[in-house]
Design a binder for this molecule. Structure first.
Ligand SMILES: *Cc1c(COP(=O)(O)O)cnc(C)c1O
Length: 382
């Protein structure tokens, strides 16, 4: 089994150095700043702000692009709840959009329809999610958003190192957010980072995450209402070390993803979601569609346990479209009634898509075992 999070000697050394330095919280000239420089360079962005989580990164970037109370924002219904709740915290209203069955990313057709219905221009922000590490159709999404006068924040929580038409994701829209939570391709247990090419967004996000201070300003001078969402030097030390080997791991995941496609080629029951040729995926997850036949007979949970009992490693993934989560019925937030919403591809994906987690793809053996277990299940569950 590949251990995740990784216990790596280089990371250990880097962490210990930061620990012994006695500087654990963010300091000028420290490791967090170095990480911001290195990560923004890696993602071809001018600026980065390291924060405490991906959720917080989304919240701060929505705030920095001007999402306001009562505004609407569009997002795919097949994503982690933070994509939505980051905006709810600003008292903005999520508008759920269906996904594309080929990529599981926001459907441009559905987005167009949603924007067309929004006659009085309430939708001020569109949040494409690079689900599983496959970049969303950014050219079209950004084009549709621009026509509507809406901003674009990329939820790149799963997409470290991913590229769209040769360009690293994150700062293609107004800003993008990555997560370093335990399951992600790079992790410090928790953490997140905002990347952007826009100086105004950068200084706002920086200020909001640091008690409303100004960069190079006085400690007890607060220009904006802000909070403490600072990353620690200890987290940054681990991440900086991981970033140095990230490209190598990226390639290993890519190679093993291809191996899995090969081993499942022609299988009637398990069809992997493959990235389009003009993107490169971070392979945070390798989503697999299960045939309707198998699902009807056994259901997702049973199939997952049958695969795992045969030595594979797969997980069930999102159990329901986001708009069906009980959280959105809490009266306090005064959200619309989503009970009649029904986005067919999202509904189908929640019923029929399972995921191979990224750490499996770091091992050829485990990738093989997982593919073989899938093939056996397809043969044996009739
Ligand atoms: C993990 C994740 C987040 C949230 O990141 P945290 O660091 O856990 O707060 C947001 N969006 C997506 C798509 C994610 O997978």
């Amino acid at each position: 089994m590949v251990k995740w999070p990784p216990v790596n000697p280089d990371d250990e050394k880097s962490l210990l150095e930061a620990f012994k330095s006695g500087r654990w919280g963010r300091v000028p000239g420290g490791v967090v700043e170095e990480f911001e420089r290195e990560f923004s360079r890696y993602h071809e962005a001018k600026y980065a702000v390291a924060v405490t989580s991906g959720t917080v990164g989304l919240f701060l970037s929505y705030l920095a692009v001007g999402l306001n109370e009562g505004d609407y924002f569009a997002l795919p219904a097949y994503t982690f709840i933070a994509t939505a709740t980051a905006g709810v915290l600003l008292r903005a209203v999520p508008v759920f959009v269906d996904i594309d069955a080929e990529t599981l990313n926001i459907s441009v057709e559905s987005l167009k329809a949603v924007l067309e219905q929004d006659k009085d221009g309430k939708i001020k922000l569109v949040v494409p999610v690079h689900f599983s590490g496959i970049p969303a159709e950014l050219d079209e999404v950004i084009n549709e958003a621009r026509k509507h006068g809406a901003k674009v924040i990329e939820d790149a929580a799963q997409a470290h190192g991913a590229a769209y038409k040769g360009r690293k994701v994150g700062a293609i829209g107004e800003a993008g957010v990555f997560s370093f939570q335990s399951s992600k391709n790079m992790t410090a247990g928790e953490g997140g980072v905002i990347v952007t090419n826009d100086y105004e967004i950068y200084i706002k996000a920086w200020s909001y995450h640091n008690a409303g201070r100004e960069i190079n300003g006085e400690w007890y001078m607060h220009a904006l209402i802000g909070w403490n969402f600072r990353m620690t030097e200890l987290q940054a030390a681990i991440l900086l070390s991981q970033l140095k080997r990230y490209d190598d791991e990226f390639k290993v995941r890519e190679r093993n993803a291809r191996l899995l496609y090969e081993l499942l080629e022609g299988n009637e029951d398990f069809k992997p979601v493959k990235p389009p040729t003009y993107v490169s995926s971070s392979n945070h997850l390798l989503p697999i569609w299960i045939s309707s036949r198998l699902i009807k007979q056994y259901g997702k949970a049973r199939i997952v346990s049958e695969v795992n009992n045969r030595g594979g490693v797969v997980v069930e993934g999102y159990p329901m479209p986001l708009y069906r989560q009980p959280a959105f019925r809490e009266s306090y937030w005064k959200l619309p009634d989503y009970s009649r919403l029904n986005l067919p591809v999202t509904e189908d994906a929640c019923r029929r898509v399972i995921w191979v987690p990224q750490h499996v793809l770091l091992s050829e053996d485990e990738t093989r075992r997982t593919a073989e277990a899938l093939v056996r299940v397809s043969r044996e569950l009739r």
